[in-house]
Write a protein that binds this ligand. Structure first.
Ligand code: 10D
Ligand code: SF4
Length: 343
């Protein structure tokens, strides 16, 4: 049982009938794609100096964005806000070819931090479009990843938000239809959407491999394992983080008596803990562990000192940095070896 150092008393230690404990889901927090994207911005700042521009939030976490802003990153909505010739990082959620072209037209030096597992879905979209398939892209309209994936096969793609959209889907040729998906959806809800789509289009083709990524799946499996034993589940993650919000829904579906999402531990309300013996804790794929540590510290202050980690999978995937950065980092090393000036 790990001891939590520096327990504070923001939350009161209220009595409950049994013993108070925390079930800490694992895997939780940063996935390989988020880790790579955040490091990419940090490396770009080191290599080129501030400011480095980032199109959209590099990942959907307010704390990560605020920290990178402090280091000199400037977050913009679109490439036309960026001074010509500057460095721009594309977020982990990916971009459409139209954005890549707009950046090039502006003479921007782009660093593509799109997660390789999102790029995989882009490639599927391009291939099925080329083979004259209609693509039913299951995902949330307006989410950056969905805009980026749809942008790779604009004419061929119809966005399906979930089961409720299925009756309204219109296709030209029901015998040449494939479904793809956003990487951060609920596995169960997506399977239900696919089941309903297949009822309407029996020849619907599956993607060549899972589009919902390993990290999304693993975090959902872990929360499912502890939800039913939890009086309360706290999910650390931001409001626009699809995978974090899904964890709240999955926790409730799998038996948690209550579940809330917080950006910071300070958002935990005293009344959430009334009569609560077991608190489940997890975090989304864009959440640094320091924010979970804060939650555990506050819970310890409220008497939840017994922390039991429940691990359902090991994760050791790592991605190499975006190729543009690798090239410039290598160039920098060569210059240093030759005694040249480096930053
Ligand atoms: O909203 P979301 O779950 O897609 O993104 P977030 O930045 O929270 O987590 C990382 C997931 C990415 C970049 C999509 F693959
Ligand atoms: Fe990549 Fe999955 Fe992480 Fe998204 S959640 S950045 S697809 S590993």
């Amino acid at each position: 049982m790990p001891r939590i150092p520096g327990a504070r008393n923001r939350l009161q230690n209220t009595p409950v009938n049994g013993s108070k404990k925390v079930l800490l889901a694992a895997p939780r927090g940063y996935c390989a794609g988020v880790d790579r994207a955040v490091i990419a911005v940090e490396k770009a700042l080191n290599l080129y100096g501030a400011p480095v521009y980032v199109r959209k939030q590099i990942v959907h976490n307010v704390h990560v964005v605020a920290e990178l802003e402090e280091q000199g990153a400037i977050f913009v909505e679109e490439v036309d806000e960026v001074p010509e010739g500057s460095h721009i990082v594309f977020s982990a959620h990916g971009v459409s070819p139209a954005v890549v072209n707009a950046a090039a037209d502006r003479g921007l030096q782009a660093i593509d931090a799109t997660c390789p597992l999102v790029t995989k879905v882009h490639r599927e979209a391009v291939r099925f479009d080329r083979d004259d398939f209609e693509i039913l892209l299951i995902g949330h309209a307006g989410h950056e990843e969905v805009e980026g994936t749809a942008g790779h096969a604009l004419e061929a793609t119809t966005i399906v938000n979930g089961p409720e959209d299925v009756p309204h889907v219109v296709v030209k040729n029901p015998n040449k239809v494939v479904w793809l998906s956003q990487t951060t959806l609920s596995v169960d809800e997506t399977m239900e959407t696919v089941r309903l789509l297949r009822e309407r289009f029996p020849n619907l083709q599956d993607p060549p491999s899972d589009d919902i990524c390993y990290a999304t799946q693993n975090r959902q499996v872990a929360i499912k394992k502890i939800a039913n034993d939890s009086d309360l589940v706290i999910v650390v993650g931001s409001a626009n983080s699809s995978n974090s919000v899904r964890l709240v829904e999955v926790a409730l579906e799998y038996g948690a008596r209550a579940a809330y999402r917080v950006d910071y531990s300070t958002e935990i309300r005293q009344e959430w803990l009334d009569g609560v013996e077991t608190v489940g804790v997890t975090s989304g794929a864009s959440v640094p562990e320091v924010l979970v540590d804060e939650v555990l510290r506050d819970l310890a202050g409220a008497g939840y000192l017994d922390v039991q980690e429940v691990k359902t999978a090991e994760e050791d995937l790592m991605f190499s940095l975006p190729k543009e950065l690798r090239k410039d980092l290598a160039g920098n090393r060569d210059a240093r070896a030759l005694g040249g000036r480096t930053r």
